[in-house]
Design a binder for this molecule. Structure first.
Ligand SMILES: C[S@@+](CC[C@H](N)C(=O)[O-])C[C@H]1O[C@@H](n2cnc3c(N)ncnc32)[C@H](O)[C@@H]1O
Length: 217
């Protein structure tokens, strides 16, 4: 039995054994197929009647994928779990766009951060100003809807309006699209081109390498 998410590619879904039961638990913004408690409940139930249950997620299950939460619930319910790591979209999408996240001349540090914090969580908010000061490359998941606010805070933290930014949508798939600009121009470009989520944003000097490296893919 396979319970899969919205961002799993059709190629991967096509490789699933046709005899296996497949359930779409996919969540896209504003369209929750299953709420989190239903997902874990379903996994626990299916684990009672199936020899193997696969929870299939896009990217890496432990990077903004709620893999940790689901695993905690399963362990609490006495279900043994094995994790198979994946290549997170924050690494895969820039690589496919010719953007190295680190580079000896331009960036010695990377921060992976969410632009969409879970409602009702009891941790302090992302400290964008500290990230602006402390990281040379910034990779933002789920940031398109909140981009203008995030950019404002990064600039308050010291990033110049000229800092390069790339947005990569549907990275690594045949539908991959990218938009590049600067902190000053990107919000208008998103509006003008009607650029939509799901996308990864990459901020920092390494984005400029895209012009050179993407030609040689
Ligand atoms: C809930 S997070 C899941 C991240 C996933 N666990 C991973 O490791 O890539 C969903 C966000 O990941 C990013 N994302 C996932 N797949 C993507 C892709 N193929 N291209 C661009 N961004 C992607 C987007 O920011 C999207 O809103």
């Amino acid at each position: 039995m396979v319970l899969y998410d919205a961002l799993v590619s059709p190629e991967i879904l096509a490789a699933i054994n046709p005899k296996a039961e497949k359930i779409n638990g996919g969540k896209r913004r504003g369209r929750h197929s299953l709420v989190q408690s239903e997902t874990t409940q379903l996994l626990i139930e299916k684990a009672q009647t199936n020899p193997v249950v696969v929870r299939l997620k896009g990217g890496d299950p432990f990077v903004f994928g709620r893999g940790g939460e689901e695993m905690e619930d399963l362990i609490q319910a006495g279900v043994p779990v094995e994790v198979v790591p994946g290549v997170t979209s924050g690494i895969a999408a820039p690589a496919y766009a010719g953007i190295p996240l680190t580079h000896r001349h331009y960036s010695s540090s990377v921060t992976f951060v969410t632009g969409h914090e879970a409602a009702g969580k009891y941790r302090p908010e992302v400290n964008w100003e500290a990230i602006a000061k402390g990281s040379e490359t910034i990779v933002i998941y789920m940031g398109v809807h909140n981009l203008s606010n995030i950019i404002g805070q990064l600039q308050t933290g010291g990033l110049s309006p000229d800092t390069p930014i790339a947005l990569i949508r549907w990275g690594t798939t045949s539908k991959q699209e990218q938009l590049t600009g600067t902190l000053e121009t990107i919000v208008q470009l998103v509006f003008d081109t009607e650029f939509k989520a799901p996308a990864i944003a990459i901020i920092g000097e390494v984005v400029n390498l895209h012009r050179v490296l993407s030609n040689f893919k």
